[in-house]
Design a protein around this ligand. Sequence first.
Ligand code: ATP
Length: 371
Amino acid sequence: FAPWRDPASAPFIEFRNVTKRFGDFVAVDDLTLTIYEREFFALLGPSGCGKTTLMRMVAGFDEPTVGEVLLDGQNLAGVPPYRRPTNMMFQSYALFPHMTVEANIAFGLKQDRMPKADIATRVEEMLALVKLTPFAKRKPHQLSGGQKQRVALARSLARKPKVLLLDEPLGALDKKLREDTQFELVDLQQKLGLTFLIVTHDQEEAMTVADRVAVMDQGRIIQVATPAEVYEQPNSRYVADFIGDINLLEGRITVCNDGFIRLDCGVGGGTVEVDQTMDATPGENGWFAIRPEKMTLSLDPPENPTVNCIAGDVWDIGYLGDVSIYHVRLAGGATVKATVTNRTRLVERPISWDDKVWLTWPRDAGIVLTR
Ligand code: ATP
């Protein structure tokens, strides 16, 4: 399922050169984006980057100052929220405390004047969907956080929207429950075949649930790609740094041929060679970016240590259970992190504080970024 790779795919949600200003403040800045039907799409970025504003323009709670938002080919300008085939689920859930679970789910359907018998059927269907049938008669205060979240989800889905808008939907849940619920959300989205748009500042969450992720900064989109692409091939230091942990070593590009780049990272980083095709000229500045888990840490110097090899001293070790993170200080003073998987029950690590170590990696492990 990758409609974004098929030029024949019709756009479903489209932002066309959308700018949203609040007074003088530009919350969304000339943004263009296409989302496809049945996609699970995540808007990811730090607080205040404009994610929620973007979503509210789909829901109809905000209108663009400039530009257009289209849904299924229809320009949404002036269409009030309740006439849009969208529904938004808020982090606070906004359940009615005095109403039972089933009444909460039925609320929107009653407002739509759906016949009573149909409402009952739909509510039953929704309760089964979110596995809350035994809880139909309870009130919100008699539910756990996860159950409340599912009531809110059922209520948002009851009117069968074409697009479900999720604003930090799992923010109130603890880590374990949040992780389980992420998989349930994906399951639900696939079962229903709906388009889900989620806003989150949690990169792991975005990566877990989404088919594609838009990484945002100050009202702009910096990169739109699959989770694996934003992780493995970030287009900038901003994205590289925002998604997961990464080492960035500044250097000067000395060779740039088709499919091959050499970068001189000075004393600390040595010479780096990367399999990569990019538009750059020798002499230009660049950053070598490599994930901590892609480096191999060793107490012995490698046999042919000319490229993709740096030496340093261990100055800190973080034990996380599944992995240990080694902080290695290089000759120039810069530090890099390397992750080692803890495959055995050994409590004493063979590499320890102050050890001199060598870090090596293959040519396809890292990338060079120029912005
Ligand atoms: P968060 O993760 O904190 O919710 P966000 O990326 O969703 O952040 P938005 O809620 O879209 O950010 O807000 C983007 C910017 O626009 C923020 O700086 C915010 O203060 C501003 N903003 C949003 N709504 C309004 C408003 N109604 N009036 C004035 N400024 C607003």
